[in-house]
Design a binder for this molecule. Structure first.
Ligand SMILES: *Cc1c(COP(=O)(O)O)cnc(C)c1O
Length: 389
C-alpha cells in the first residue's frame, strides 16, 4: 500500500515512498545504482529521470518518506548533515545576511556558519535560544535571514519553545530552521509548530544503526522547495543510492526504536539523579529540568540523549568515559548501540575556547536499545572507578 499523510506515524514510516516494484512485485523497492537513464528519442524521459545527480529513484523514495514523516511538502537528501546545512544556507542567505543561532549549537554547524560561510559574507550571532527576549534583540540587530535552533540542544539539552520562536523569527522577516536530529520526527514535528525548515543529520536516529552518514532538509513552502532543489542539483552534495537505501531501511523502524531509546534514557537519567558523584543530570524527562513542561508539550517522549555533570570535575568525567564496556566511547549518537561522548574534547572540540564551549565535567550519553539494567550496571561499575581513583 502507499501511505497518505493522514495515516499514523509508523504506517507512514513503513510505507511512504515504498511502492512495490511493478514488474516483479518485489515488496522492497529495488536499489537503483544507474547513473543515467535511456531516453526514448532526444528528451524522451521515462518518469522524468535523466542523470543521477538530478534524480535517482532510491533517493526519491527516501525523500518521499522523510517528507511524509516530518509533515512537509518536499524533502531533500544529502551526503551528510553538514552538506544539507550548507545547501540550505546557500539557498536562503546571501552575503550581508545574518544567522542567529543557539549558543550551544552542534559544533560542526557553528564551524560551518562561522568559519566557512563567514568568509562568504554571512554573519552570525550565537544566543541562548531559551531566552526569547535575547533572541528578539539579536534578530533585530542585523539583517537576520535565518533563526537556527536545536531542541533539545546538544549537549546541554536545553528546550526551546518552537512555536514562540517561529513568531519571533517571522516578526523579523526571518525563517525558522529547526535541527531536529536529537528528537527525530517521531518525537517532534517542528513544521507543525510553525517552523519553516527542518534539517537532519540522518547519520543519527533516522539511519539509526551507525552505518550510514547522511543529511536531509524538509520544507513546507513550494518556493523554498524549488530553491533548495536547485542547489541540491547545482551543487550536487546528494546522497548516493546505497546510503539512501540504508537510511530508508533505518527510518522504517524509527518509531519502535525511539520508544526504547526514550525508556532507556529515562531509566538512566533517574539512576544518575540519585548518585552522589553527580552534580547535575540534563534530561528533559526529569520533572525538575527547566524545559520539562515545554518538552512534554511539544515532544511525544523525551528521547535517548542524557548529559551528566560530575562533582569530581574533568577527572571524574574522563574516568567514567574510559571505564564503560556496554557504552562505547565514540563520537556520534542515535544508533541502536549506546555511546558515551566527552564533548569538550570530542564532538565539541571545534568550539573549545569560544562562547559555545562545553563544560569539562560533562559527559553525553546516547542510550541505545539494549536492556536498561545492563546500561545501568555498566555505569555503576564505571562510577566505582571514580572513588577508587
Ligand atoms: C551530527 C550532527 C550534525 C552534522 O551531521 P553530519 O551528518 O555529521 O554531517 C548536525 N546537527 C546535529 C545536532 C548533529 O548531531
Amino acid at each position: 500500500m502507499s501511505a497518505n499523510n493522514t495515516a499514523g506515524f509508523n504506517t507512514r514510516a513503513v510505507h511512504a515512498g515504498q511502492e512495490f516494484e511493478p514488474r516483479t512485485g518485489a515488496v522492497v523497492p529495488p536499489l537503483h545504482f544507474s547513473t543515467t537513464y535511456a531516453q526514448d528519442g532526444i528528451g524522451g524521459l521515462r518518469s522524468g529521470y535523466e542523470y543521477g545527480r538530478g534524480g535517482n529513484p532510491t533517493r526519491d523514495a527516501l525523500q518521499e518518506q522523510l517528507a511524509a514523516l516530518e509533515g512537509g511538502t518536499a524533502a531533500f537528501s544529502f551526503g551528510s548533515g553538514l552538506a544539507a546545512e550548507d545547501s540550505l544556507i546557500r539557498a536562503i542567505a546571501r552575503p550581508g545576511d545574518h544567522i542567529v543561532l543557539g549558543n550551544d549549537a552542534y559544533g560542526g554547524t557553528y564551524r560551518l556558519i562561522n568559519r566557512v560561510l563567514g568568509d562568504w559574507g554571512i554573519g552570525n550571532t550565537p544566543v541562548d535560544m531559551s531566552d526569547l527576549d535575547a533572541v528578539a534583540r539579536a534578530v533585530a540587530t542585523n539583517k537576520t535571514r535565518i533563526v537556527w535552533v536545536e531542541t533539545p540542544s546538544n549537549p546541554m539539552m536545553k528546550i526551546t519553545d518552537i512555536a514562540a520562536l517561529a513568531e519571533v523569527a517571522h516578526d523579523a522577516g526571518a525563517l525558522l530552521v529547526v535541527d531536529n536530529t536529537f528528537a527525530s520526527p517521531y518525537l517532534q514535528t517542528p513544521l507543525a509548530l510553525g517552523a519553516d525548515v527542518v534539517v537532519h543529520s540522518t547519520t543519527k536516529y533516522i539511519g539509526g544503526h551507525s552505518d550510514v552518514v547522511g543529511g536531509a532538509i524538509v520544507v513546507k513552502d513550494a518556493d523554498l522547495a524549488e530553491k533548495i532543489g536547485f542547489i541540491q542539483f547545482a551543487v550536487g552534495a546528494v546522497s548516493g543510492p546505497m546510503d539512501a537505501f540504508l537510511t530508508t531501511r533505518g527510518l522504517k523502524t524509527l518509531g519502535v526504536r525511539m520508544d526504547r531509546h526514550s525508556e532507556n534514557g529515562q531509566a538512566v537519567a533517574e539512576w544518575l539523579l540519585q548518585r552522589p558523584e553527580v552534580e547535575a543530570v540534563l534530561y528533559p524527562g526529569l520533572p525538575d529540568h527547566p524545559g520539562h513542561d515545554l518538552a512534554a508539550k511539544q515532544m511525544k517522549k523525551f528521547g535517548g540523549m542524557v548529559s551528566v555533570q560530575f562533582k569530581g570535575g574533568e577527572a571524574a568525567a574522563r574516568k567514567v568515559a574510559e571505564s564503560t564496556s556496554v557504552f562505547t566511547l565514540a563520537e556520534s549518537l542515535g544508533g541502536i548501540e549506546s555511546l558515551m561522548n566527552y564533548p569538550s574534547e570530542m564532538t565539541h572540540a571545534s568550539v573549545k575556547g569560544t562562547e559555545l564551549a562545553v563544560p569539562v565535567n560533562l559527559l553525553r550519553l546516547s542510550c541505545g536499545i539494549e536492556d536498561a539494567e545492563d546500561l545501568i550496571a555498566d555505569l555503576e561499575q564505571a562510577f566505582a572507578k571514580i572513588s577508587n581513583g
